[in-house]
Design a protein around this ligand. Structure first.
Ligand code: AMP
Length: 307
């Protein structure tokens, strides 16, 4: 099974209590792809500028990620600057430069057209929608967004939500999107906008899956996975996208998508998010092994097992 993902491939400047990194490789599609690549084949659609070279390309190649859909344009790559000095759960954005993304017209390579899974990672909802419409044959579509788009690009975002099976956003974004502070009511309101399933991420407190569809087994439609209590969080950037990569990558690797598969996917999401925050940028995901993932998944089991 293969996932096609569209989203930002970027340079990030990040400040956290553990230190600072300038212009490291980032972007929602980058974190998503690296995390999902441990479970399934991944194909990326994005645009980068002249500042994106062989060193960055090698990060994707090392995980066998298909980059034929990454267009190289003249100009500078997407740039984001943020910090987490007061709250590790929420980035404070200092600067967002769309650069080459401002005029991006996504083209889907012929080789991507048999992808059964589509992930619309964080980027302008207009671009997310174009890619969704260009891939009508996909079996399952998930997506992400952020406050930036919810606040100022709402009509375009509402169009995207209509075409989603699963939406993954954090709790603040859920409340903002629904204009309701109660998370259960807000989740119901967001699902009424399109997605049958909603994954609400709570940063260091884990994530909750809400479903309006019955995935079988008569299982409860709400499920909570914890985050791993870590001694040190070096850089929260990319935790949400890595969660999404683990979650959706795992689903794409399964033949039966029932409630139990969604629940395991929540734990694989938490597992990948926990690795992402251990080092700056994509450093930890680049060095990860499948054996480490399995070991941590078992740690999550032990953390929540009753008997
Ligand atoms: P997260 O998983 O939420 O921490 O996402 C972090 C990534 O989102 C960073 O690597 C940024 O490059 C990227 N990002 C930040 N702002 C935006 C935006 N407005 N659109 C798309 N990507 C963004």
């Amino acid at each position: 099974m293969a996932i096609t993902v569209v989203g930002s491939v970027a340079y990030d400047s990040i400040q956290t209590p553990a230190g600072r990194r300038d212009r490291c490789l980032g972007g929602a599609a980058t974190y998503f792809s690296l995390a999902a690549s441990f479970f399934t084949d991944v194909r990326v659609i994005a645009v980068v500028g002249e500042d994106f070279g062989a060193e960055q390309e090698a990060v994707f190649a090392a995980r066998n990620i298909d980059t034929r859909g990454i267009e190289h344009a003249s100009g500078k790559s997407f740039f984001w600057e943020g910090s987490y000095m007061e709250n590790l759960n929420e980035a404070k954005t200092h600067n967002t430069e769309l650069n080459v993304f401002a005029a991006f017209q996504p083209k889907i390579p012929q080789a991507y057209s048999d992808s059964e899974f589509l992930f619309l990672a964080n980027i302008d909802p207009v671009l997310q929608r174009r890619v969704r419409e260009a891939m009508p044959g996909v079996k399952l579509v998930a997506g992400d967004t952020m406050n930036y788009w919810i606040k100022d690009h709402r009509p375009a975002l509402l169009e995207v939500l209509k075409g989603l099976d699963i939406l993954l956003i954090n709790d603040t974004e859920t409340r903002m999107l629904a204009a309701n502070n109660n998370i259960v009511q807000a989740a119901r309101a967001v699902m009424a906008l399109g997605p049958q399933s909603l994954v609400v991420k709570h940063g260091e407190y884990g994530a909750t899956l809400f479903s309006s569809a019955d995935h079988g087994n008569g299982a409860s439609r709400t499920f909570r996975a914890p985050a791993l209590p870590l001694e040190e969080v070096v850089d929260p950037t990319g935790a949400g996208d890595s969660f999404a990569g683990g979650f959706f990558g795992y689903l794409a690797s399964q033949t039966v998508l029932d409630a139990a598969a969604y629940r395991r996917a929540m734990f694989y999401g938490s597992t990948m998010g926990s690795f992402a925050v251990e080092r700056f940028g994509t450093e930890r995901l680049q060095q990860l092994t499948r054996a480490e993932i399995d070991e941590r998944f078992n740690q999550f089991r032990a953390l929540t097992h009753l008997d």
